[in-house]
Design a protein around this ligand. Structure first.
Ligand SMILES: [Zn+2]
Length: 358
């Protein structure tokens, strides 16, 4: 693992956390979560694309990259710009919404690369799923579905490990709330998942059905992951529904979200994205399964995945699942990537007309 920052393995960032005790929150209304984004008009998307370009300071930091890394950065920047028309700006955060509580700075592709991120390499390329023994036989089948999804979403090998027993978790790392048991997520990350992470792991995701909590002040977590420790955990507890397709979409979303955190990818604060922070199930159900262009750029850097190929296979997978919206998004994204990036028309110029006479 070439870019894991030392001493940060214990630094766990908390995401997908829930702080209840606030009024019910609706999703931002500037988009329809059930509809494919309308590609932005060219002038608007050109402005969004410009936003992805490095600042002066970032350009300075990028200038010390090895030549091949700089070439890869430029390729990824070009992908971000080509996908800019699919960007959806989030509206202002509403009271109680995750973004109204947590003000996170945008993590650009340039600072992601230059400040060090966890990346997969030839020796650390497998994503391990670690089930716990509270999962039912039916849940275990869903874990297999999840592995199939992640193999395509991440374009990486995914292995399910033998089940670990939860009864060794000390009593002081559990609590009773609302009539059910919760387990302290940071304990699972630091003392269980991290301490026995396989040598060839790119990252390791624990999966259980018992509810999770972080500590005082947090009612529950959908999941939690370390930005540098390469371990994360998710719970099915809050995802269950009679609607199998909806359950799976939730499972895919929370697992993909936490896995991207394990590659040091932060929340996306401005654009609609799988990496939007979230604290309510009703909002969570409006978070897309796709990445914003900038998140995608970071993901491609971390995994070396090929964008067009990935979109192709993801579209196939989503179609087979009946996830038409997601499949259509992948098809549209792929078509944008195969088209040359349009150059912006210079402003205040009038079309040249030939008035010259000889
Ligand atoms: Zn998160």
């Amino acid at each position: 693992m070439k870019q894991i920052l030392p001493v940060l393995t214990g630094l766990i960032f908390t995401f997908f956390l829930c702080g209840c005790g606030v009024d019910s929150v609706s999703a931002p209304t500037s988009f329809d979560p059930g509809k494919l984004p309308d590609p932005l008009p060219s002038q608007v998307s050109a402005t969004v694309a410009e936003r992805f370009a490095p600042s002066e300071d970032e350009e300075k930091a990028l200038s010390v990259l090895p030549k091949l890394a700089r070439i890869r950065y430029d390729q990824l920047l070009s992908i971000e710009k080509k996908l800019a028309p699919l960007s959806q700006q989030l509206g202002a955060p509403r009271y109680g919404e995750w973004r109204s509580t947590w003000h996170q700075k945008r993590q650009t592709l340039a600072n992601y690369i230059t400040q060090g991120a966890v990346t997969a390499d030839d020796r650390h390329r497998t994503v391990y799923l670690q089930p716990f023994d509270d999962l039912t036989a039916k849940d275990q089948l869903e874990v297999q579905k999840l592995a199939a999804f992640l193999r395509i979403f991440l374009a990486m090998p995914v292995t399910i490990q033998p089940t670990i027993k939860l009864d060794a978790i000390p009593q002081d790392k559990r609590r009773q709330t609302e009539g059910h048991v919760q387990i302290l997520a940071p304990y699972l990350l630091d003392e269980v998942l991290f301490k026995s992470i396989p040598q060839d792991a790119a990252c390791r995701l624990g999966i259980l059905t018992t509810d999770l909590y972080r500590g005082s002040g947090y009612d529950f977590l959908f999941g939690q992951a370390g930005l540098y420790s390469r371990v994360g955990v998710i719970s099915f507890s809050r995802l269950y529904t009679e609607n199998v397709a909806l359950f799976r979409k939730r499972m895919y979303r929370v697992a993909a979200h936490e896995t991207l955190h394990m590659f040091t990818i932060a929340h996306e604060p401005d654009l609609r994205c799988l990496m939007n922070g979230c604290n309510k199930l009703e909002h969570f159900d409006t978070v897309p399964l796709w990445c914003s262009p900038e998140t995608l750029g970071k993901f491609l850097w971390a995994t070396s995945a090929e964008a067009e190929k990935r979109f192709h296979y993801l579209a196939e997978f989503y179609n087979a699942e009946g996830f038409t919206l997601e499949a259509d998004y992948c098809t549209l994204a792929r078509s944008l990537l195969s088209a040359p990036f349009p150059s912006r028309q210079p402003e205040n110029t009038t079309p040249a007309t030939s008035t010259e006479t000889k």
